[in-house]
Design a protein around this ligand. Structure first.
Ligand code: HEC
Length: 125
């Protein structure tokens, strides 16, 4: 009796943890989409194609995040580094600004996943 009650409590606790885990993943995805809209679209565009409102004023054109060819040639590590430390850290244009001051490493990792969804591609290994 006691054991079965304990087992069912354990079962529901595990079930709840599973749901919470999924909610975390969904929340992280939503947050990444929000961060993209907040910090990236002005250059990379609302569709991520690199045609944001600032793009015409830039001497180097922002990366097309929907291009599997362009994004697939970059490792996840270098994408995260470009976001955190700016284009200069990956020997690219300084017109790609660093976001390490406003985004946490976790938020940047979630943004990298968001970008992988946009290009429908995997990072170079
Ligand atoms: C002020 C304009 C601007 C903003 C804002 C901006 N970018 Fe960029 N980004 C650029 C430019 C320009 C490049 C192209 C750099 C190059 O090719 O030399 C670039 C390149 C990149 C690259 C490719 C780096 C590489 O190694 O080729 C990634 C990934 C990227 N941006 C992600 C982001 C993300 C994510 C955000 C928002 C958090 C963001 N950018 C915000 C201008 C911007």
């Amino acid at each position: 009796m006691f054991l079965s009650r304990f087992a069912s409590i354990l079962f529901f606790a595990m079930l709840a943890a599973g749901f919470l885990g999924q909610a975390d993943v969904a929340a992280a995805k939503e947050k990444a989409a929000d961060n993209y809209k907040l910090f990236c679209v002005q250059c990379h565009g609302t569709k991520g194609t690199g045609r944001g409102i600032n793009a015409p004023a830039l001497s180097v054109q922002p990366r097309n995040h929907t291009s599997a060819k362009d994004m697939g040639s970059l490792t996840d590590e270098s994408v995260a580094k470009a976001i955190k430390e700016g284009g200069i850290a990956v020997a690219k244009s300084t017109q790609m600004p660093p976001f390490g001051g406003v985004l946490t490493d976790e938020e940047i990792a979630d943004l990298v996943k968001h970008l992988r969804g946009m290009c429908k591609c995997e990072g170079k290994k």
